[in-house]
Design a protein around this ligand. Structure first.
Ligand code: JD8
Length: 399
């Protein structure tokens, strides 16, 4: 790939001589050329800026030096070849990993680094119309820099590291943040037990020392989901996003939903069985599932028509001041993003006025469910729960 950068501060791009990008240039994987805009300003002071028409603070970059600099870059290419021009600006399209991949597929990129209040608008028109260049105005983020150089440093690094051969182990590109919509998982290295100067000893999560690659992959995926939900919920697909319950289509279940409810039940309890040997409702039938719709009010949550979550509730037949919540189910591929916590809150919210307490039942060994319930203020009632291998949990309803 060839990259040309036009700037009044070529030394600002010196970091691109270093590290992997520097080696890629030396290995001929990247042909990066810097051009000083002032070489295209021919007055005694090599002036590249002037006062803004219409008044206002600061200076604007003059069209002529820019036009000459870009004309010269384009003219230096092979016959008919034209670079894709990227002009960083705070008002540009947000730069993303997807755009980095798009630019990495181009044979020739040119970057125009503005300064002062910006570049005369006619330069953009000249590049697009006279030079027939594809022009992209990209922003590094919603904050204001003094010029385009920092943005070009970031974009060139993000693009060049995607070029074949630049990153030693291309494999490592796969699980990175922003590659698949999730943030990266936490990383650790030796020693397994580390004691800080403050005398605090911290250990590496045991799963990472287990050698159980499936468990490690599962843990890392959970970490990525939880981090993304916590730090960048905007990245999560609607059905993944915490607070996603409101994004889903809610309905009260009818007989027509029984088969799908059974499928979701089996999917969720297959996990419980695999994790804790508890199969419980997994043995149900469609008929039994349909029949239970008469005893409980069951709510379904759908994403684009797909049943992805459900919960049911009813007053305890023996104690009408207790609201029973059950069958809290989230499709396995959507677990770990806070949907369970929201379903529980929804289930509590359906309790009629005058409810004094909430009641739940779950597997005695169902750590994940027990963690959600305890975090929500439930306590395990001593003794065996309503079904073999289960425990009952109760919580006082807020007055
Ligand atoms: C190019 C001139 C400075 C901007 C008056 C401050 C990108 N994410 C980003 N923030 N800022 C820039 C950026 C700033 C630039 C130039 C990019 C050229 N300036 C100007 C307008 C307000 N001064 C950027 N990418």
């Amino acid at each position: 790939m060839r990259i040309d950068v036009v700037t009044i501060f070529p030394e600002y791009l010196a970091p691109l001589d270093l590290s992997l990008i520097g080696r890629a240039r030396r290995d001929g994987l990247l042909d990066l050329r810097l051009h000083d805009l002032r070489d295209s300003a021919h007055d005694r002071h090599r002036t590249v800026d002037d006062t803004p028409y219409g008044g206002g603070a600061g200076m604007v970059m003059k069209p002529q030096p820019w036009a000459e600099a870009l004309d010269s870059v384009v003219a230096s290419g092979e016959e008919g070849a034209r670079p894709r021009l990227v002009v960083p600006g705070p008002g540009g399209v947000p730069f993303t990993q997807a755009i980095a991949h798009e630019l990495a597929a181009e044979p020739w990129l040119a970057f125009a680094c503005g300064r002062y209040e910006g570049i005369d608008e006619r330069v953009y028109e000249h590049a697009a119309q006279d030079l027939a260049l594809r022009v992209d105005v990209l922003s590094l983020g919603d904050y204001v820099l003094n010029g385009g150089e920092v943005a070009v440093l970031a974009v060139v690094e993000a693009v060049a590291r995607l070029l074949p051969g630049v990153i030693g182990n291309a494999e490592s590109l796969v699980e990175e943040s922003h590659e698949d919509g999730l943030l990266e998982y936490p990383v650790y290295t030796k020693p397994a037990q580390w004691t800080s100067a403050h005398g605090v000893t911290r250990a590496v999560p045991p799963v990472l020392l287990s050698g159980d690659h499936a468990a490690i992959a599962e843990w890392r995926h959970q970490q990525r989901l939880e981090r993304t939900a916590a730090r960048r919920p905007d990245l999560l697909h609607a059905s993944q996003r915490a607070g996603a319950l409101t994004d889903l289509d809610l309905a009260v279940a009818t007989r027509a939903d029984a088969a799908e409810l059974l499928t979701l039940t089996r999917a969720c309890w297959a996990q419980e069985f695999a994790r804790y040997g508890l199969f419980g409702p997994g043995t149900a039938t469609v008929e039994a599932t349909a029949a239970e719709l008469q005893e409980w009010t069951t709510w379904t949550f759908r994403a684009a028509g797909r049943l992805v979550a459900s919960v049911r509730g009813r007053l305890d037949p023996e104690d009408p001041t207790t609201w029973q919540i059950g069958r809290l189910m989230v499709a396995p591929d959507l677990q770990g993003r806070g949907l369970g916590r929201e379903l529980l809150a929804f289930g509590e919210g359906q309790a009629p006025p005058g409810t004094a307490a909430y009641w739940l039942n779950t597997g005695a060994a169902s750590e994940r469910s027990l963690r959600i319930y305890r975090r929500a203020g439930y306590r395990v009632r001593p003794g065996q729960g309503a079904h073999p291998g289960t425990v009952d949990l109760v919580k006082r309803a807020a007055r």
